[in-house]
Design a protein around this ligand. Sequence first.
Ligand SMILES: NC(=O)C1=CN([C@@H]2O[C@H](COP(=O)(O)OP(=O)(O)OC[C@H]3O[C@@H](n4cnc5c(N)ncnc54)[C@H](OP(=O)(O)O)[C@@H]3O)[C@@H](O)[C@H]2O)C=CC1
Ligand SMILES: CC(=O)[C@@H](O)[C@H](O)COP(=O)(O)O
Ligand SMILES: [Mn+2]
Length: 401
Amino acid sequence: MRRISILGSTGSVGVSTLNLIEETLTPGVDYVLEALCAGRNAELLAEQALKFRPAIAVIADESQWPLFQDLMRHSGIEIACGIDAVEAAAGRSADWVMAAIVGIAGLKPVWAAAGTGATIALANKESLVCCGRALIERAEAAGGRILPVDSEHNAIFQVFETTQRDRIRRLILTASGGPFRGKTREQLKSVTREQALKHPNWSMGAKITIDSATLANKGLELIEAAYLFDMPAEQIDVLVHPQSVVHSLVEYADGSTLAQMGPADMRVPISYCLGWPDRHAWKAPAFDLRAIGTLTFEAPDEDAFPMLRLAREALTVGGLMPVVFNAANEAMVQAFLAGRIGFLDIPDAVAHAMKKAESPSMALTGNLGHDIDRILLTDADTRAELAGRCGASEAVSAATA
Ligand SMILES: NC(=O)C1=CN([C@@H]2O[C@H](COP(=O)(O)OP(=O)(O)OC[C@H]3O[C@@H](n4cnc5c(N)ncnc54)[C@H](OP(=O)(O)O)[C@@H]3O)[C@@H](O)[C@H]2O)C=CC1
Ligand SMILES: CC(=O)[C@@H](O)[C@H](O)COP(=O)(O)O
Ligand SMILES: [Mn+2]
């Protein structure tokens, strides 16, 4: 019987994970829930906790604590509140942990979970982008491992022949191109928040949906792939594939290219992580290539969508530069979602933050090691640098506020 924790249980990935667990596993026989953690949605967290009965349920946002306490009274379930309590719950012993908190707020909880030896199904790409290989090494040193949930990385993981890694020429990440594919920089000046939130194929949380629209998501995924598969930036390409049917590809030296395909439903990669190393049987949605008909591929437009190029630069500089890229993007996306800035302010500010970060005081190319405080300090410094561009609230790191 597996002990399962879900960090970010009220979000898009968290809800899909619980949905899959409920559909395919028997409570008390196949699994027990150790922890459910959420940010501020006290109602949904309480509903989940009362249904799935974890050992502990934690709400991060202290303003929701009175409501959460009230909803959980007489439940007999241990409850707690605050970001330290989320980190502590993430560090409790478990066999399988879904890491689905969004953004830098997930970093400390993921780091704590990695120290326990659990298998971590990693959706929270921002934590890996900031920690780099140190996160993978930490999980492995504790006897656990990181399994990629992100659909592209999960696809690569499925077709990555580890015994043939010196025969791998390229990893090819597919990108939908987002809702603004084909638009020029001039046309992007006037796009709205509502338009940006309409992803053509995937239903996801707001932050990653905006990241898909700017192609920052693919930039984060480029860095994520480099760390997960230990591949240099030059061997990772991005291919725009508007149908989101081929989730990514691996090209081998013998001329074969292996791809993973499937419906645009996160329960597919989640189920792969839940079943790994076996395949988990469930009532997956129909996948009919005859109905889909045509698959197309094209090069990304890095002039109109510079976030991809900036991410590649951040990866090439290394050290803390991916942290700067991530923090600048996260702060600006929060401001864009709040209606305070325009769409193009996002890449412009990220470019500015990366340029500023080239100052020697940022110590960008040192050995990152396991220095979480240094990452969080860089995150906070980057947000402070952008305070004037995005408004004061985004200048405070979600992980330390
Ligand atoms: N959605 C998708 O299909 C995919 C998502 N990912 C990645 O997975 C992660 C989650 O994405 P998604 O599910 O879309 O995001 P959502 O915005 O839908 O959900 C985010 C989750 O994080 C929780 N949360 C926020 N802050 C905290 C905190 N301090 N402590 C505990 N929980 C917190 C939220 O709680 P609450 O809602 O209660 O505030 C919510 O449960 C992201 O890193 C994203 O890039 C990767 C691939 C695909
Ligand atoms: C489902 C998933 O993994 C997302 O990261 C998705 O890939 C976003 O689509 P884009 O290709 O538009 O960024
Ligand atoms: Mn993805």
